[in-house]
Ligand binder design. Sequence first.
Ligand code: BTN
Length: 240
Amino acid sequence: NVWTLATADEIDSSNTQLMTRAAQGAPHGLVLAAERQTAGRGRLGRRWQMPLGAGLTFSALWRFERGLSGLAGLSLVVGVAMVRALRSFDVPVQLKWPNDVLLDGRKLAGILIELSGDALGPAAVVIGIGLNMASPGEVDQPVANLADAGYQVGRNALLAELLNQLADVLATFDRDGFAAFHAEWTACAAFLQQPVLLRFSHGEPVEGVALGVDDHGALQVATAAGPRVFHVGEVSLRAA
Ligand code: BTN
């Protein structure tokens, strides 16, 4: 087993903590699971808050053997690992680009990936996952949770399966890149061939039809002005 699990009752953010420890040389495979975060962070600078006991909240440190050219692809394959784990408990989830996990079209879980250290050397990433087990956290869109949707899944069992799937997927991604997951990601994706709205941290939103992802995991969109490609980190997608 590649993982070493540490737990905390209350911390600011498991991602923040693990980023600090990564810079101090923490080992590959360190996982930090938190009962409660006082300053949980979401993508695009948003906050991630969950009532005590309502969520599964953890971060994992993965040191790649090579430099990471495709952070976009990494973001998507972590979503694939989550789909595999949740479907093994018969929870029929889908993915919303880049990596929100949806249940019945509503957000069940989010993923925050941060790069630690030098982007040119062997890459170390912190992969943070927040999943609504019971009453949902406060997020920017309609949310789902396992309990209210009628799924009885143990939190420890789910964490163990998520870590199993993550180890498998990350090892394959390190070796073969996103191409190895292109078909599986596409089969899990919500919103393909549908009208979508892309919102940026800065600038005007863009409307179009989501076509799919390229071999780097970037989203291909048909817009009135022609085809465009969008990269992770700048943008969030919703149904138009
Ligand atoms: C998002 O959908 O915006 C991503 C949410 C990621 C939340 C998790 S909870 C564990 C880890 N620690 C954090 O501060 N954030 C991530």
